[in-house]
Design a binder for this molecule. Structure first.
Ligand code: FES
Ligand SMILES: [Fe+2]
Length: 397
């Protein structure tokens, strides 16, 4: 997999000429066998976003993450040396899970079964009657998962020898990510949801604006308008397996309700006061993570964790560079989060209905128009990575 070391930003008309035009088989959106291939070829060996450093601020701080596609429970821990490490939440004696809490702070992790005790660096510190095991403690350290931090965001890779660092994986987008407010976040608002839809069906919904005027006639009014009724973005960007789009902004949006206007106004004023800069471009990062900026005062990230061929968990986060220290800041943050939640709840019906249709097998092909080119790019990238994986498997036989 080669990551281009540049972002090709193109006006949308130019970008349309570069991509294919034909229909594509719908099978990758619903077929369990294809899903299993994606699991191994993509999710088990790409960098996956799992959290933010503000969740583990101090030595011994930890979070637990259940990663269903890997059948893994993970402990993400900040060590005494400040390093962020990820371990399987699995005792190396006979497999018992060490931690049930979602997170907390501990200097060591003791297994409840026979009291093997591990340090925040994963080493086995003590184990009752250990002499009778005929093994050294070094061999019993917690099993580690590769972890790297970029722009405050924690990424893991289940491949013990990832093909590239997280910075190389994101290429020039890494620099853009470091300029985002989330890079210096100290807090966030999060909600999660499960949806009966393939991860691509769900992600695709957030990669096209074609549906805005039908599904979000009111809440999408900032990015569609009389002169751009389908909300064509002004630019598309492509960088290796990643994509971006720069949304068109309606110069004359319809008036919002007074509460929403107050919330947006406060968020904008606070962003200016805090010296935050929200870019106009949002990033659709491989495999299933996107960061959307809503200037002047908002940004959210959205990660799609596949749970099965037609089930996905979405995690949405709005990152804050300050904890709410006033009623107006708290109000602006909550309004921001709730307004995004409103938009996403409008999408839900369309996404799950689309998946039910795809599952039926009634349409053998899906059709992408020019302004669904980000969907086509994701589709093609998935195909390439699965083909690479199969070729490697064949070569290894
Ligand atoms: S399984 Fe953990 S100490 Fe025995
Ligand atoms: Fe939508």
């Amino acid at each position: 997999m080669n990551v281009q070391q540049s972002i090709t930003m193109l006006p949308t008309g130019e970008a349309a000429k570069l991509r294919g035009k034909g229909p594509l088989p719908s099978q990758p959106y619903h077929d369990p066998a294809w899903w299993e291939l994606e699991r191994k070829a993509i999710f088990m060996r790409n960098w996956i976003h799992v959290g933010h450093v503000c969740e583990i601020p101090e030595p011994g701080s930890f979070i637990r993450r259940e990663i269903e596609f890997a059948r893994a429970s993970l402990l993400i821990v900040r060590g005494r040396d400040g390093e962020v490490r990820t371990f399987h939440n699995v005792c190396t004696h006979r497999g018992t899970q060490l931690v049930e809490e979602a997170g907390g702070r501990r200097s060591q992790f003791s297994c409840p079964y026979h009291m093997w005790t591990f340090g925040a660096d994963g080493r086995l510190l003590s184990a009752p009657d250990f002499e009778r095991f005929h093994v050294g403690k070094d061999a019993c350290a917690l099993r580690q998962v590769r972890t790297e931090v970029l722009a405050g965001l924690i990424f893991i890779n289940f491949d013990p020898e990832p093909r590239q660092s997280v910075r190389a994986f994101f290429g020039p987008i890494a620099d853009e990510m470091e300029r985002l407010p989330s890079a210096s976040a100290v807090d966030f608002t999060e909600w999660t949801y499960e949806i009966p839809a393939n991860w691509k069906t769900n992600f695709d919904n957030f990669q096209e604006n074609y549906h805005l005027r039908f599904i979000h006639p009111r809440t999408g009014a900032q990015t569609i308008g009389e002169e751009n009724p389908f909300g064509y973005p002004t630019h598309y960007g492509f960088s290796g397996p990643h994509r971006s789009q720069t949304l068109w902004r309606n110069p004359d949006p319809p008036e919002m309700g007074p509460t929403l206007m107050l919330g947006y106004g406060l968020a904008a004023a606070q962003a200016q006061h805090d010296g935050l800069n929200f870019p106009k471009t949002d990033f659709k990062l491989f495999p299933a993570f996107h960061i959307v900026s809503l200037p002047p005062g908002q940004q959210f990230s959205h990660t799609h964790y596949p749970l099965g061929p037609d089930r996905t968990r979405g995690v949405v986060r709005l990152y804050w560079t300050k904890k709410p220290d006033s009623a107006s800041r708290l109000f602006a943050q909550e309004m921001g989060a709730m307004s995004i939640r409103d938009v996403l709840s409008e999408d839900r019906f369309a996404v799950q209905s689309g998946q039910r249709g795809l599952n039926s097998g009634a349409v053998e092909q899906v059709r992408f128009q020019d302004h669904e080119m980000l969907l086509r790019h994701l589709y093609e990238t998935v195909q390439e990575q699965v083909a690479d994986y199969l070729a490697e498997q064949e070569a290894a036989e």
